[in-house]
Design a protein around this ligand. Structure first.
Ligand code: 5RP
Length: 231
């Protein structure tokens, strides 16, 4: 197991320790969330009862393959806890998510959960969000107009940098919800709340990858052990 893989597994094991039998849980997307599904599946195989709501088709398929039982969010609209990865975590548990393209369902599921536990290797912890390009999920209708509105509005906040349409090979990347993603490389986002509020005013934006006031705990696994951040 590579160092990175083993850190993800350690974070996943620590998140499992926060669960109780019989819980209904949201299950995130990405390589760290996948490590969590693997840990979960081992406990399920040993008789631990839990029901998950997957945040992507990819996670749903992995749960099915590994024998973790899932339901839809409409079947289980209130969840005890969601466990998910992140692209960046700051000291106030503000996150950038969406590197894997699942930000919309991830945010809906996290919002439906009493708690959100973020699992990551310690390299994801940052002083200021924004080195990782911010994913912005947009409707395909009026893409150029939405792009220009994002550019205009973010410039008024002093945010500059490349904004590019995410591609999968030579085609636009399409999310599970059928939308597109713009990745905005601002470098630094000194005021995530102001940016989030500004983006919310643009109708073509479906959702963005700033997760504010959602995470209640972050479990960060590093070479020297596990660091827990609590809200
Ligand atoms: O937000 C996400 C997917 O939309 C992921 O949680 C995020 O990209 C982290 O992924 P990984 O655990 O592979 O580093």
């Amino acid at each position: 197991m590579s160092d990175a893989t083993s850190l993800k597994r350690k974070a996943a094991e620590a998140a499992f320790a926060e669960l109780e039998e019989g819980m209904n849980i949201g299950i995130g997307t990405g390589s760290t969330a996948e490590a969590f599904v693997r840990v979960l599946s081992e406990h399920v195989a040993a008789g631990f009862a839990i029901t998950g709501v997957a945040t992507s088709e990819r996670t749903e398929a992995l749960c099915r393959e590994l024998g973790v039982s899932t339901k839809t969010l409409d079947e289980l609209p209130i969840l005890d806890v969601t466990v998910d990865g992140a692209d960046e975590v700051d000291h106030d548990l503000r996150l950038i998510k969406g590197g894997g393209g699942a930000l919309l369902r991830e945010k809906i599921v996290a919002f439906s959960s009493a708690r959100m536990i973020v699992i990551a290797d310690s390299s994801k912890k940052v002083q200021t969000l924004g080195a990782f390009p911010l994913p912005i999920e947009v409707n395909g209708f009026g893409l150029t107009s939405t792009f220009m509105a994002i550019r205009r509005l973010t410039e008024t906040l002093g945010l500059e940098g490349e904004i590019v349409l995410r591609k999968s090979g030579d085609k636009p990347f399409i999310t599970d919800g059928g939308h597109l993603i713009l990745d905005a490389s601002f470098g630094r986002i000194p005021d995530p709340e102001a940016l989030s509020a500004a983006l919310a005013t643009i109708p073509g934006i479906v959702e963005h990858g700033l997760f504010l006031n959602l995470a209640s705990m972050a479990i960060l696994a590093g070479p020297d052990g596990i660091e827990m951040l609590n809200a």
